[in-house]
Design a protein around this ligand. Structure first.
Ligand code: AMP
Length: 217
């Protein structure tokens, strides 16, 4: 199963993609995570992407296309994948079409999560992320020596630099102007699954699974 998880920053794509990845046993490919790792390791891509990511801009399509091409051709993506954060432009959607031509033909689903911008601003300004496993919690939960409920790391939570309010607003502008039109590109190319992303995490997951026609506990 090939899945693109789509929606504005902070709508819960990463959270749902992680859950679905475990339930469906296909890898979660997050281009944001790949870039953050590259920035942390100061690779060539990381050096080019650092400022761009911190300011909530988009990394050039050619760089992103190359990253996704290499990742999707990896053996681990043979039986499918959940793509989170890509494509974010029409040019990236066209690159992905070419990549699909060279992959095994599988059914393509596009899961679209929706939420109003004010919900997103509230969520992103109040979230902290585990640097070890990527789990997200509300800022107020993170006290001194806080232990990650998922991976057990201590003091591993941080606020992403692009979760600053002015950067969040800019990321939303970029989403509406450049990324939202990508949805139309897939209307006829994928089975579209629309879900209200403001619901409880478990309800979002259950609706997605039911619309995918998958039953798993
Ligand atoms: P995310 O974790 O998906 O919110 O991505 C964080 C940041 O990484 C974005 O705001 C962009 O700066 C960059 N990024 C991630 N995916 C892409 C992409 N497909 N194209 C361009 N930039 C991206």
């Amino acid at each position: 199963m090939q899945i693109i998880i789509f929606g504005s920053p902070g709508v819960g794509k990463g959270t749902q993609a992680k859950i679905l990845s475990a339930k469906l046993n296909i890898p979660h490919i997050s281009t944001g995570d790949i870039l953050r790792e590259a920035i942390k390791n100061q690779t060539e891509v990381g050096k080019k992407a650092k400022e761009i990511v911190e300011h909530g801009e988009l990394v050039p399509d050619s760089i992103m296309g190359e990253i996704v091409k290499q990742t999707l051709h990896d053996q681990k993506c043979k039986s499918g994948f959940i793509l989170d954060g890509f494509p974010r432009t029409i040019a990236q959607a066209e690159i992905l079409e070419k990549i699909f031509e060279s992959l095994k033909n599988e059914s393509l689903f596009l899961i679209k999560l929706d939420a109003d911008d004010n919900v997103i601003i509230q969520r992103l300004s109040n979230r902290m992320v585990c640097s070890k496993c990527g789990n997200i919690v509300v800022k107020d939960e993170v006290t001194e020596n806080y232990k990650c409920p998922v991976c057990g790391s201590v003091n591993s939570y941080y606020k992403r630099r692009d979760d600053d309010e002015s950067v969040i607003k800019h990321r939303l502008e970029v989403y509406h102007q450049t990324t939202a039109p990508v949805f139309d590109f897939y209307k006829t190319k994928a089975a579209v699954i629309d879900v209200d992303g403001t619901q409880h995490i478990n309800d979002v997951t259950n609706q997605i699974l039911s619309k995918l026609g998958v039953s798993c506990n």
